[in-house]
Ligand binder design. Structure first.
Ligand code: CP
Length: 312
């Protein structure tokens, strides 16, 4: 595999899940594979899980990870073609990506959307610029429109916890005070489309996600109906897609409660705001598998890095 930028880079998710589980059983089996190889992790935005689990994955493979907070510590990067750089940006992505490629065998990038410029966000300006101008493979650690490492993690976690061949998985929107990206929901939907699950998305009317992502995925605007007989309830806020990046609904009735999820397992990519997205009674119960889910971030990242290393 050359790059991992999207769920579309997964050829067979069932096989990938089995491979990730095998890595989880024996995480140090490929310690020689990454010897003398460097992973550069570039963060344009904050992170806890992605930052630590991707480094842990690299260390398990014998790689040397190096990390930079680009927004805070690097020169301001220019992405525009032909720009007269007399503003705040000091270095063009053409040089920046090429230079980082001199130090790293794989580059992983986190760059969130603007949530003000839909066209720019959907062009994946930052991620695609690294793909274009770096000379080494690129891994998406959450971009403007996708979080494929998280979604692979989620698929592994559902596979581990499922009690039946074809579980019912519900993606439910929940309220939030800030405008959040669509990336986690987008990639989760794309992953579920590849899995043998009964899948339904529920959100308030007007919060429909991109038709390109949704394809034929079932939507039910009635959360109670959607949650009926669910085996897994995956909860995530996203800002309005049509009224792009706006918070047009904060209805607390969409918060997830113990009563609503019944016997289902509760999943969230984290970080999660307690008693806004989900009540304490869920997170503090055995219904919640968010910690086990976060643990799987390491093995999802390790599998992706392993596949790239094998093709270097
Ligand atoms: N789920 C996730 O990507 O967590 P971080 O933002 O902390 O990396």
């Amino acid at each position: 595999m050359k790059h991992y930028t999207s769920i579309k880079d997964i050829d067979d998710i069932t096989i990938w899940i089995q491979e990730a589980k095998a890595l989880k059983r024996n995480p140090l089996n490929y310690k020689e594979l990454g010897k003398n190889k460097t992973l550069g992790l570039l963060f344009f935005n904050s992170s806890l899980r992605t930052r630590l689990s991707t480094q842990k994955a690299a260390l398990n493979l014998g790689m040397d990870p190096i990390v930079m907070n680009v927004s805070g510590d690097a020169w301001g990067i220019e992405f525009g073609d032909g720009t007269i750089m007399n503003g705040n940006t000091a270095e063009h992505i053409k040089e920046a990506a090429a230079v980082v490629s001199q130090y790293c065998d794989i580059i992983a990038v986190r760059a969130f959307p603007t949530l003000t410029d839909k066209e720019k966000d959907e062009s994946e300006q930052v991620l695609n610029a690294f793909v274009k101008y770096a000379s080494v493979p690129i891994v998406n650690m959450e971009s403007a429109t996708g979080h494929p490492l998280q979604a692979l993690t989620d698929a592994i976690t559902i596979s581990e916890f499922k009690q039946k061949d074809k579980p019912k998985v519900v993606l439910s929107w929940a309220p939030h005070i800030k405008a959040l990206p669509h990336a986690v929901a987008n990639s989760f939907i794309q992953a579920m489309q590849k899995m043998d699950v009964e899948f339904v998305v529920t959100h308030p009317e007007g919060y429909d996600l991109s038709p390109d992502i949704m394809s034929n995925t079932k939507v039910n605007y009635n959360q109670t109906e959607a949650l009926k007989d669910a085996d897994f309830v995956y909860v995530k806020n996203w800002s309005n897609y049509k009224d792009y990046g706006k918070v047009t609904n904060t209805d607390p009735n969409w918060m997830i409660t113990k009563e609503k999820i019944g016997d289902a397992k509760f999943m969230h990519c984290l970080p999660v705001r307690r008693n806004l997205i989900v009540e304490d009674a869920v997170l503090d119960s055995d219904s919640s598998i968010v910690i086990q889910q976060a643990n799987n971030r390491t093995y999802a990242a390790q599998l992706v890095l392993k596949k790239i290393l094998e093709d270097l």
